[in-house]
Design a protein around this ligand. Sequence first.
Ligand SMILES: [Zn+2]
Length: 304
Amino acid sequence: VTFHTTILGCGAALPTKRNNPSSQVVNVHDKLFLVDCGEGTQVRMRDLGVKFQKINHVFISHLHGDHYLGIFGYISSMHLLGRKPDLHIYGSADLEQLVRINLRLSHTFLSYELIFHELQFKTPEKIFEDRTVEVVSFPLKHRIECAGFLFREKPLPRNVKKSALKMYDLQPTEIVKLKRGETIRHISGQQLTQDDACEPQRHSRSYAYCSDTAYNEKMVETIAGVNLIYHEATFLEKDKKRAKETFHSTAKQAAMIAQKARAGKLLLGHFSSRYSNPDDFATEASEVFPATEIATEGQTYLVL
Ligand SMILES: [Zn+2]
């Protein structure tokens, strides 16, 4: 079942020839979630053929321009394309003000409803849930209020084994009961439990998006055991002082968080344009956390 993230932008601050500012599309069971929306997001979505009318939920980590300035254009394009379904936006209360002012001053009356959900940035909080996924926001340590987002798959129903279907000639009502975890009495008189008849429970996968943050061990508890973590690495360790001053992380610090969270894999992004070779980030982080990869725009990374 699908669970992956596609990087639309992974640069810091200024858009450059190499990198767009932050944005990615997370796909959980073919439901699309937009996470951050820097300038260039909608252009990159077009390039990659992302079906952006299918996105109903947008998560904005914080109000530094490189994480949200693309949202005005995105909202406007949805309108020009005649969108009808509601669009849910999760972010600070100020984001709603910025968007509403923009619409008011341009006398724009959207073809769809914008529904804002205010983040509180203080403690981890479940902000979205449906049958297949839940999204938890958690506070990061930045110059202004900033949140990370954890996408966690709900446990998948356990399928009945093919061998059990054949052996017991199960009826549809019996299959439903077994999937729900009930024990059934088979026509032969035999008791059948879920463990007897169903495949083992598959583990629920999770993905953490850790936007701009200084080294922040507090989030480790929330994201513990995550399969894939995207963590900013604006600087290299030689510029650790600059990282601390600007509330950003070095590649090594990102790796330390991945290690402490017992993550399956680390994806580094938000690179400062001062460095010419992105591989240096991977080299530095790998010394602490070997399962590290550099985010590349246009690439999709599976949550396994
Ligand atoms: Zn920032």
